[in-house]
Write a new protein. Structure first.
Length: 514
């Protein structure tokens, strides 16, 4: 009974944290979509493409930080669950020292390899080189701030204070709206001004998060601390994560470079718009999974494997369905949405958006497999397989572009390799965690996902091919959503899952009315 009560309490906490993260996401998504339109109009297609490819090049060097971020979240979550305050402070201080070191390394890489790529490889109009260079410098400084911010963000997630993100997001979106207003009214070189103002916003938000952590969490009291043993444990974990993250970064930014080299910055603008749409919709799933990750790690840390696996299964399936409920209605009316949103839509933007959403849909099928492996700390084989699969599309796309295939070919390659990668990840998970119920995962997660998705997807793609007016588009979007929701309810969910959803919704309604 006590175990069941704890499980219900944890589920309620995950649900509440998810709600806070969705509040944050609605705010950031609305502003991101609006500002993408205004910034595209203010900068123009070429400058917008330049910003995306230059900013992406700097992001490429952040694979070191991404690897350490996973290790940081795991060590802090483990520490909160099992260690004393003093040990937690030592872990936090050590992690912050490591991130400062990584920030210095990334600065050196960006100012050497990055500058070489900028001048020798990227296709940028000569009259925009100076502005693009200073945008790159702003992006580098922002990257360094972001790197040293990771231990603070990990502490917020480790303590499961997701509402903090919702509150701070109000400030963040207000500042970004201010940028858009200023960009329209002032400045001769809008590309340079945009880069500088975004850097200032990111610095301000990072400072707010840091002050919050210092005031609320005892483990965030920094003091200089260095332990060779802890350093080896951190890098023993993150070095293997680095393989997967490096592969992901090379794949993502490599595609940007290939498009820039073979087709020019105008097509980078189309990819940038598709990436903005993809990121906005994908954040719905990311927020849901982010709320469950600390609980997955903590349940594994205390040996509650059944709850760990069960939460992993539910998170994977629900995350897939959440993305589906947003992406399929959008796909059905993507052309009219883009024309209203952007007015002047860059070539290939529509098909980029559709294929990008389908690619992310395949990525969400595996859901939180990586997180349950991350909880064990035995991530070598998983990251090796994952890294190979992430890098595989790059040479394939290069060859296809050499053979004069269309620019959207890269997305078809990504979709195919993503589906293959799902089963490779499942096999890797089983090889690492011997008692992981892989067949049960296939039966309870993958099969229901496929059965639920197929018919609504076909209907959505069919609706996209039909020409329709603005009013008809609204009806089509609603119809697609209802069909998708019905498929989730009647095909995708079990009786117990339906009962839990009904209980949660009705309990929230009762609490609200009382």
């Amino acid at each position: 009974m006590e175990s069941q009560a704890n499980s219900n309490k944890n589920n309620r906490r995950i649900a509440q944290n998810t709600i806070f993260l969705y509040i944050r996401q609605f705010l950031t998504m609305a502003v991101a979509l609006y500002t993408s339109r205004v910034v595209l109009q203010a900068l123009g297609t070429v400058d917008y493409g330049i910003y995306n490819v230059v900013g992406g090049m700097v992001t490429m060097f952040s694979f070191l930080n991404s690897s350490l971020a996973q290790a940081t979240q795991r060590f802090i979550a483990f520490g909160i669950e099992k260690d004393s305050i003093k040990e937690q402070q030592n872990i936090f201080s050590m992690l912050l020292n490591v991130h400062i070191l990584i920030a210095i390394i990334l600065f050196i890489l960006c100012e050497t390899v990055g500058v070489w790529l900028f001048y020798d490889k990227l296709v940028i109009p000569s009259e925009r080189l100076n502005a693009a260079f200073w945008v790159m410098q702003c992006s580098i400084f922002t990257l360094m701030i972001t790197v040293t911010q990771v231990p603070y963000n990990a502490s917020i997630f480790g303590h499961e204070r997701m509402k903090t993100y919702a509150y701070v997001s109000i400030i963040e979106v207000s500042l970004k709206l201010g940028i858009v207003i200023l960009l329209q009214c002032f400045f001769n070189d809008k590309l340079l001004a945009y880069g500088i103002m975004l850097m200032c916003v990111q610095i301000s938000i990072a400072m707010i998060y840091r002050l919050y952590c210092l005031r609320k969490f005892n483990n965030c009291n920094y003091h200089f601390y260095w332990s060779n043993g802890l350093f080896k444990r951190i890098f023993g974990f993150s070095s293997w994560s680095m393989i997967g993250n490096l592969a992901f970064t090379l794949n993502n930014q490599g595609m940007n470079f290939l498009i820039n080299i073979f087709f020019g910055p105008v097509y980078n603008a189309a990819k940038g718009i598709a990436t903005a749409v993809e990121a906005a919709i994908n954040a719905f799933v990311t927020n849901f999974l982010s709320a469950s990750i600390p609980r997955i790690i903590k349940s594994y840390a205390v040996g509650d494997l059944e709850y760990c696996y069960r939460l992993n299964f539910k998170s994977s399936k629900f995350g897939f369905f959440l993305f589906m409920l947003v992406s399929l209605p959008l796909i059905s009316v993507i052309d009219i949405v883009l024309s209203i949103w952007l007015v002047n839509v860059p070539s290939y933007t529509s098909i980029f958006c559709v294929l990008s959403l389908l690619y992310i849909q395949t990525q969400t099928m595996g859901g939180t497999l990586q997180n349950v492996v991350q909880a064990t700390g035995k991530i070598r084989n998983f990251q090796l397989f994952n890294g190979i699969l992430k890098l595989l599309p790059l040479p394939i796309v290069y060859v296809l572009y050499k053979l004069e295939f269309q620019v959207n070919t890269y997305l078809y390659v990504l979709i195919v390799t993503s589906i293959i990668g799902l089963f490779v990840q499942l096999l890797a998970t089983k090889s690492i965690i011997r008692d992981f119920p892989a067949l049960r995962f296939l039966k309870e997660v993958i099969v229901p996902e496929i059965k639920t998705f197929l018919i609504p997807c076909i209907i959505s793609l069919y609706f996209r091919k039909i020409s329709h007016s603005d009013s008809e588009s609204f009806i089509i979007c609603i119809v697609t959503f209802v069909i998708s929701l019905a498929s989730v309810w009647f095909i995708g969910l079990t009786k117990s899952e339906k009962a839990w959803i009904c209980f949660f919704v009705f309990s929230r309604m009762r609490k609200y009315h009382t």
